[in-house]
Write a protein that binds this ligand. Structure first.
Ligand code: ADP
Ligand code: MG
Length: 572
């Protein structure tokens, strides 16, 4: 883990060296004060040499000024180093999440992800900065102070040193406990972020069911758990700070008693005694320092572990080695003995064969849950098939880059997802560099022009989160406009009009018909009237593809399709 962490310092070598050097210098300069006092008390004080005493003060002042500059550098540039590393990690995590597959998002809570990207990395910058520095300085200061103490009075120095292993053991013991406590705390925070996210985005349902009390009770459970974990963490911290405090004070008293004894025995001068007491304080500094950051360290480490967990989760759909950018597909699609299931054991599709010609419109019908949506999500490789192969224009989709594949498939779904922002931004999502004219053209073809013109802000109208300020039909038209801009050779319409009333459906149907012109189109439709004129109709049931043919052919065979048709339109 340490090696993985150190890798993040690589781009900031210079900053790190600067910070590190200044920190060490500042720490070493701290050692000069006890020595100066020793000199003043033992040599200068008895001789009453004022001039020299003043001179040593001036030198000390100079040293402190240098030290102050060093401290500034450590404090500002050191934190800059930490923030840089934190930013890099956050970017890396965000980039990684973009690559994760649908399967990952099926099984991951939004709140958890948000938590990992924000809260969990919050303390990383702190330890990236203080981590190596504190550790190194602690060792340097310990050694430096110990060396000077040895040179003053080695017996007393060794007696004092005996206390150190105990203190270090204590620190490590508590730090381990804290790391575990903070890891639990982060997972609690993630849980309640997920709860809040779920509650807020489902608020319309909550209030429609008048289930606020239930939600409040559920939240109280999460909140209570978080409180409990946090209290545990603070209890550990309190034990740690009290125990190490008493140990340190014990050392001070020990030095005081033994030192006095050595002075009485004439084995130590007053100056040496004072210097020793001061040095023993410097000596205890690193331990105090470690104790004061014992909150940050375990937090940072716990966050880093969670960060690594996610970063090391490889996406299960990714570009294969040697994948090619395939441009200008014409849209000849073939499924060859394709099998697939979401959960390990349960197959949703079994040995599916299907061929679609370029420009053809193929409609999928059948009972809900039969696997129509699944067939269509395999084409852009949202999920990886288990057996068989899918080809477009004869090329296996696994040998294309995901980007080139997906940029040539357009999907219009029943539940449109729109981003918080303006109409313009949402249409242009289909082509990020679209010009004003292109956006208007797309809007016009999607029958959206009149709606936009009726808005005071026009294209700059804000549509609210997920487009809540638009009606279902308007949202659908917006997603169609987006598709006109994307202009893919292959189009998937997954129950695009199912949620709309018949009147709106008719209007949108017109836009969809225009959209599907000249493209290979896969349509999933609930209402059979909308797909009557499809080139081919494929009937999908739990058994797989049951029948295919055009409307008239299928009616003649008196199979599933004709039964479905009868159910929707009555006898014919
Ligand atoms: P259709 O579109 O024909 O109504 P789907 O393709 O959506 O059917 O679903 C086929 C089967 O796969 C259903 O049993 C459904 O429960 C299951 N399913 C769909 N999506 C997922 C998913 N993301 N994870 C697990 N199971 C899923
Ligand atoms: Mg479906």
């Amino acid at each position: 883990m340490l090696r993985l962490f150190l890798a993040y310092y690589r781009p900031y070598k210079k900053l790190f060296i600067l910070d590190f050097t200044c920190a060490i210098l500042a720490a070493l300069l701290e050692l000069t004060f006890p020595l100066a006092v020793n000199k003043v008390v033992d040599d200068l004080l008895p001789s009453g040499n004022w001039k020299w005493i003043l001179w040593s003060c001036v030198v000390l002042l100079g040293i402190y000024l240098v030290s102050a500059v060093m401290n500034y550098v450590v404090s500002y540039w050191g934190h800059k180093l930490g923030i840089n590393i934190e930013t890099d990690m956050r970017k890396k995590l965000f980039d990684h999440v973009q690559k994760m597959s649908f399967r990952f998002f099926d099984n991951t809570k939004t709140g958890h992800l948000v938590s990992r990207m924000t809260n969990d990395l919050m303390d990383i910058g702190e330890i990236a900065h203080h981590g190596p520095e504190d550790l190194f300085i602690a060792i340097m200061t310990l050694l430096g102070a110990f060396g000077l103490m040895l040179s003053i009075n080695w017996q007393l120095a060794i007696l004092t040193f005996v206390m150190i292993p105990l203190m270090i053991y204590l620190s490590l013991y508590f730090s381990g406990k804290m790391t575990r406590a903070f890891k639990r705390m982060f997972s609690d925070i993630a849980d309640f972020n997920a709860r809040v996210e779920n509650n807020v985005s489902g608020m319309r349902v909550v209030q429609a069911f008048a289930n606020e009390k239930h939600e409040i009770a559920q939240f109280a459970v999460n909140n209570g758990r978080f409180r409990q974990t946090k209290l545990i963490a603070y209890r550990i911290m309190a034990w740690n700070s009290s125990l190490s405090y008493i140990l340190m004070r014990f050392v001070s008293i020990f030095v005081l008693v033994c030192g006095t004894w050595f002075v009485i025995q004439d084995q130590m001068t007053y100056g040496e005694f004072i210097a020793f007491v001061l040095l023993s304080n410097v000596f205890l500094g690193p331990i105090k320092q470690i104790n004061s950051v014992i909150e940050t360290y375990p937090k940072g480490i716990a966050g880093f572990r969670r960060y690594l967990d996610l970063l090391e989760t490889a996406p299960d759909v990714a570009d294969t080695p040697g994948a090619k950018d395939v441009k200008n597909l014409i849209g000849k699609i073939a499924f060859n003995k394709v099998s697939f299931g979401y959960e390990n054991k349960k197959r949703v599709l079994n040995q599916i064969d299907l061929a679609v010609n370029p420009g053809e419109t193929v409609a999928f019908v059948g009972p809900s849950g039969a696997g129509k949506t699944t067939i269509c999500s395999l084409l852009p490789r949202f999920y990886e098939i288990e057996e068989g192969s899918i080809t477009i224009d004869g090329i296996d989709i696994r040998s294309m880059t995901l980007e080139s594949l997906r940029s040539q498939i357009g999907i219009v779904q029943q539940d449109v997802f729109l981003f918080d922002g303006t109409i313009r931004e949402n249409i242009a999502y289909g082509k990020l560099d679209a010009s004003e004219e292109e956006i208007w053209e797309a809007a016009r073809r999607a029958q959206l022009e009149a709606i936009i013109l009726s808005q005071e802000a026009g294209l700059d109208t804000l549509i609210g989160e997920r487009g809540v300020k638009l009606s279902g039909g308007q949202k659908q038209r917006l997603s169609i406009a987006r598709m006109f801009l994307k202009n893919p050779p292959i189009l998937i319409l997954d129950e695009a009009t199912s949620a709309l009333d018949t009147e709106t459906e008719a209007a949108i149907q017109q836009a969809l018909t225009e959209l599907s012109e000249g493209r290979t189109t896969l349509v999933i439709a609930h209402r059979l009237a909308t797909i009557k004129h499809a080139d081919r109709i494929v009937v999908v049931t739990e058994q797989g593809i049951e029948e295919q043919g055009n409307h008239e052919e299928l009616l003649k065979t008196q199979g599933v399709y004709s039964r479905l048709h009868q159910a929707q339109f009555g006898a014919f």
